[in-house]
Design a protein around this ligand. Structure first.
Ligand code: KIV
Ligand code: ZN
Length: 387
């Protein structure tokens, strides 16, 4: 059986850019979009065109540069939003309008001061209007994570009848558990008429640290598109991290799901987005963190030096990192010291290593990390140390 292709919908430039203080200008956004296209994402959500003249200009500029990926613009279920989104996407080879409305009880009652019937009417009107401008219309049911499944299925069915090609099921507040989110997707896949002709999409937020798990649970249960951002950036605790879902699917081939993303570019694009948006990546971040392939305890170092796979499930080259690193600290053992000494040109005998190791521990206890310069000094002094 062939792998099923999961579409990667990148929203770094829209949901990701909602991180306070990391607004990009048009040129920076176009540069990110060009890199996303080269990375192999299928859809680029370029912005929210009605939100500001700058965002309109950025979506328009991205739409005229990107040739292979679909370019998407967000809108609320509001006429002016949809017309503006359509206008900004005129030059796109593959335009998509992403429109929708809150569907949970709390959104309907408190945010929209409305009723379920009126929300369905607005959803249908929005999709129908968007459909006049573009063939590809994605409907989002905001706060679907906390929406009653029966109502969610009903509104999704009406959106399909109005012409939606993609149904986006956002866990807007990052509330769902993986089983619960997966069951929601399965419920829609089983109960919505016409769902076989459209794509169900996941859109998970990370408020409880479950965005990646929920997205994967979604695709296991029938979703064919994942919405995500580079480095998982986004408002509050962020969105699903693109690099994580791509590598989960790659590292678990029995799931029989793959993406078009070239994983060897992940490290480079992570750094680029982090630098451009001035949002640092936490060192222990999965896949792209500075420590993702660094080993510092003696037991792990000994294992990795003997065979990398003992403590690494991903070959760092697969994500564009040259090699694993052996970090020397007071927790490191002789094997790691000998390995790093050899890398900088010192082949030590067993006795030399014993003596040098004592000197190394003194430096390591005084410093957080022992650098190559320290090693050179220790090695040059080894004959003074050795009797
Ligand atoms: O999280 C969310 O619900 C969204 C929608 C606007 C798609 O970002
Ligand atoms: Zn979102």
């Amino acid at each position: 059986m062939q792998d099923q292709k999961i579409q990667i919908f990148d929203t770094t430039l829209r949901d990701g850019e909602q991180v306070p203080g990391c607004k990009l200008n048009t040129k920076e956004k176009v540069d990110v979009a060009v890199r996303l296209e080269a990375l192999g994402v299928d859809i680029i959500e370029a912005g929210f065109p009605i939100s500001s003249p700058g965002d309109f200009e950025s979506v328009e500029a991205i739409a005229s540069v990107v040739k292979n990926a679909t370019v998407c613009g967000l809108s609320r279920a509001v006429e002016k939003d949809i017309i503006t989104a359509a206008e900004s996407l005129k030059k796109a080879v593959r335009p998509r309008i992403h429109t929708g409305i809150g569907t949970s009880e709390s959104h309907i009652k408190y945010k929209l001061n409305s009723t379920p019937e009126k929300i369905v009417e607005r959803a249908v009107a929005a999709v129908s209007l968007a459909k006049k401008y573009v063939e590809d219309v994605e409907f989002y049911a905001e706060d679907a994570g906390r929406t009653d499944n029966e109502f969610l299925a009903y509104i999704c069915e009406q959106a399909i009848k109005a012409g939606a090609t993609v149904l986006n099921i956002p866990d807007t507040t990052g509330y769902c558990l993986p089983d619960e989110y997966g069951a929601k997707i399965k419920y829609l896949a089983d109960h919505v008429k016409g769902v076989g002709n459209v794509t169900i999409s996941t859109h998970c937020h990370n408020d409880l640290g479950m965005a990646t798990a929920n997205s994967i649970s979604g695709v296991i249960n029938g979703a064919r598109q994942i919405e995500c951002t580079i480095n998982g950036i986004g408002e509050r605790a962020g969105n699903t991290a693109l690099e994580e879902v791509v590598m989960v699917l790659k590292q678990h081939p029995y799931l029989k799901k793959s993406t078009n993303v070239d994983s060897r570019q992940l490290n480079a694009i992570s750094r680029y987005v982090s630098d451009t948006m001035r949002v640092p990546v936490q060192p222990n971040k999965a896949i792209v963190g500075a420590n993702a392939f660094a080993h510092s305890s003696g037991i792990h170092q000994d294992g990795v030096i003997k065979k990398r796979e003992t403590y690494e499930i991903i070959d760092p080259k697969e994500v564009g990192v040259d090699h694993s690193s052996i970090v020397l600290t007071a927790r490191s053992g002789r094997a790691a010291l000998a390995y790093r000494m050899k890398n900088i040109g010192y082949e030590l005998t067993r006795d030399e290593l014993d003596h040098v190791y004592k000197a190394f521990l003194e430096v390591a206890d005084a410093k957080k990390e022992v650098a190559d310069d320290d090693l050179h000094q220790i090695a040059e002094n080894r004959h003074k140390v050795a009797v």
